[in-house]
Design a protein around this ligand. Structure first.
Ligand code: ZN
Length: 409
């Protein structure tokens, strides 16, 4: 049923499930996604930084990052003090860039300066050079030139090395690594990865997850410029699959890689908000749709429809337009606007589960589906750090949304 009931349902459900706990064992197997920036390119603004998120699901607790807007490094420092697990910027060892627009990649160099150890100031100190890159960056054609150029122009020197792998379409020209003088002094020769005959980049890298290997695939999505989506999938049961898309007005080319995703993160840059919800929003539905498509973006219904197409279990909306700032508290007039955006996606998804709109520092957990891992309140062995920070959606079918007290809404 329409809007008021749905909004109420989400709110009530959050309150209802605020006391759910995961056992420590279950938490150790859980993959989490933490949003470091959720604003579209119109940002950043006071409530959202531009695009970046990290996946925490590796056996060695390293982080994998998708997109890296300006200010991403500082977002690590801005994590709420009661965040369940503090994320460290220098543990990011893989970075996946969806496309070359500035709001998705201008934070790469500051992150590298944070991750790569600086050269010693003692000329006599001997630190054996590690020939292996400390961080790998994956992205579309040009990403290697971009990183190399700024590293060079900013006179950046590090003790550690980095590498950039380019995901190339048939006609793309790779950034050369030959002769070696063209490279940055701290750069390792990267791979030029051509798409297969279906246009996909399969198994571009892997990591050891908490249950088994996690493989990464990439595929094209339609935006006004070349753009990618990334698929992170477990090779062992329960075969969790996390699909993270860059900007798009039509992600259907990547759909075959995304079927039955455990979690879909899809942009929703613009939305029509009825005046009875927020009088300041005056644009017609037609104007909103036309503008979104003309700029290569989606409205919430489109995210919901794609979630339906791929039969996604969960849907989180991301890359929220600057005109939709994140609510600051439970009574913020911004809240009904975000609820309306969620409602529109939910309705188009049409599976009885609820889409969530992301906010900065929102953490989504993808646990191993196991109802017995949910413990009642006050169980001695419960994982203590997520007290009052875990929310289950109305489906309560294995996906929990972890929030924090300071920014909850
Ligand atoms: Zn873009």
């Amino acid at each position: 049923m329409p809007l008021p009931r749905l909004s109420l349902a989400i709110q009530n459900t959050r309150k209802l499930h605020r006391s759910l706990y995961l056992s420590a064992a279950a938490m150790s197997r859980t993959m989490t996604i933490t949003f470091l920036g959720t604003c579209s390119g119109g940002g950043p603004n006071e409530s959202r930084n531009c695009s970046s998120l990290v996946i925490d699901g590796m056996d060695d607790r390293s982080l994998w990052m998708v997109d890296c807007a300006e200010g991403t490094t500082r977002q690590f420092a801005f994590q709420p003090s009661d965040t369940p697990t503090w994320l460290k910027a220098n543990t990011v060892n893989k970075m996946f860039i969806t496309h070359m627009h500035a709001d998705h990649c201008m934070g790469i160099i500051p992150m590298l300066r944070n991750i790569l150890y600086p050269p010693s100031i003692d000329p006599h100190a001997f630190r054996p050079a590690n020939p292996f890159p400390k961080i790998e960056i994956y992205g579309p054609a040009g990403i290697r030139t971009f990183v190399r150029s700024i590293m060079t122009m900013t006179l950046t020197h590090t003790a550690d090395k980095y590498v950039v792998h380019e995901l190339l379409r048939p006609d793309d020209v790779p950034t050369p690594c030959d002769p070696p003088e063209v490279m940055h002094a701290n750069e390792v020769i990267g791979r030029d990865i051509r798409c297969d005959e279906d246009g996909f980049w399969k198994e571009i890298t892997r990591g050891k997850g908490t249950l088994g290997d996690v493989l990464v695939d990439a595929g094209p999505i339609l935006h006004r410029d070349p753009c990618l989506g990334y698929v992170f999938r477990e090779v062992v049961s329960p075969n969790r699959k996390i699909v993270i898309l860059g900007d798009t007005y039509d992600p259907s080319p990547i759909a075959p890689l995304c079927m039955s995703a455990s979690l879909l993160i899809h942009e929703a840059t613009d939305a029509h908000i009825p005046r009875e919800i927020a009088p300041q929003h005056k644009r017609s539905p037609e104007t909103v749709l036309h503008t979104a498509l003309a700029r290569g973006h989606s409205i919430p219904q489109m995210a919901g429809e794609f979630a339906k197409t791929i039969n996604a279990e969960k849907l989180v909306l991301n890359h929220i337009g600057g005109r939709f700032p994140a609510p600051r508290h439970d009574h913020d007039p911004r809240l009904p606007v975000m609820r309306e955006i969620e409602r529109q996606a939910t309705e188009a998804w049409g599976c009885g589960r609820y889409a969530m709109a992301a906010w900065d520092f929102m953490r989504v957990a993808v646990p191993v589906p196991d109802p017995s891992s949910l413990l009642p309140q006050n169980v001695d062995q419960a994982y203590p750090l997520i007290e009052q920070t875990v929310y289950a959606d109305p489906g309560a079918d294995g996906m929990l949304y972890i929030n924090n007290k300071k920014r909850k809404w």
